[in-house]
Design a protein around this ligand. Structure first.
Ligand code: 13P
Length: 250
């Protein structure tokens, strides 16, 4: 059984006061010795605060996006080296809320994925289909295409020691998570697709995101190809987050 990983994506939520209360509660509730990896991805301006609270805890932290360039005249962007300066070890790439709202292309996502890897941080690549695509039965084709751009640009080996989050777009922010069987089927498909390289199939973690909550976490995490979860709303509540982390303990 692989060590599981639970990632909190705060999205555009929080304030100095809110974060302080949440981080204090997490440090208090989450045991010092963990049998899973726990990561918190905050908005950029709070990375210093998150680092200050979590540096002595086993919880790691990271960002929700990054620039595809190293530095230069890119107003409003944040580089991998800036994220590293604040101790980030993970970066979410290609979240559907970004790809839809900011028209992020698969090529952009692939470049960001490579930049994060090159900077010795772990990319968490989000893939997922819309409800229309699922109803049309083309969800595997859609996910394949999202992965193929990265494979074409950098080879399958780039997925070694990385995380893929399967986040069906219809499940995000709804109260309709994928069923454990639906999640398992897609995770299995992704794992099979990337199983040509033994290193990749051994080290790659595939986590599920989209309306994970304390009630459905255990069932989802019990599926053989589900290595953990990417949580939105539940990551903003210390008790829910802790309870979900508990469900992921081996
Ligand atoms: P919810 O858990 O709020 O559905 O959000 C999921 C998500 O988008 C995590 O990245």
């Amino acid at each position: 059984m692989k060590r599981k990983i639970v990632v909190g994506n705060w999205k555009m939520n929080g304030s100095l006061a809110f974060n302080e209360a949440l981080l204090k509660a997490l440090v208090e509730k989450i045991p010092k010795a963990l049998s899973l990896d726990i990561i918190v991805c905050s908005p950029y301006p709070y990375l210093f605060q998150v680092q200050s609270f979590l540096k002595k805890s086993p919880i790691r932290w990271g960002a929700q996006n990054v620039a595809k360039f190293e530095s230069g005249a890119f107003t409003g962007e944040v580089s991998v080296s800036m994220l590293k300066e604040f101790g980030s070890s993970y970066v979410i790439i290609g979240h559907s809320e970004r790809s839809t709202a900011y028209c992020e292309s698969d090529e952009n996502i692939a470049t960001k994925f490579m930049m994060v890897k090159k900077a010795a941080m772990t990319p968490i690549l989000c893939v997922g289909e819309t409800l229309i695509e699922r109803e049309a039965g083309i969800m595997e084709k859609v996910i394949s295409k999202q992965l193929d751009t990265i494979i074409k640009m950098y080879g399958e080996e780039i997925f070694d020691q990385t995380v893929i989050a399967y986040e069906p777009i219809w499940a995000i922010g709804s109260d309709m998570a994928a069923s454990p069987e639906q999640a398992q089927a897609m995770h299995h498909f992704i794992r099979e697709k990337l199983s040509l390289h033994t290193n990749v199939s051994k080290s790659l973690k595939i986590i599920y995101g989209g309306s994970v909550n304390p009630q459905n976490a255990l069932q989802l995490f019990s599926m053989p190809d589900v290595d953990g979860g990417l949580l939105g709303r539940a990551s903003l509540n210390a008790s829910d987050f802790q309870s979900i982390c508990h469900s992921a303990e081996i």
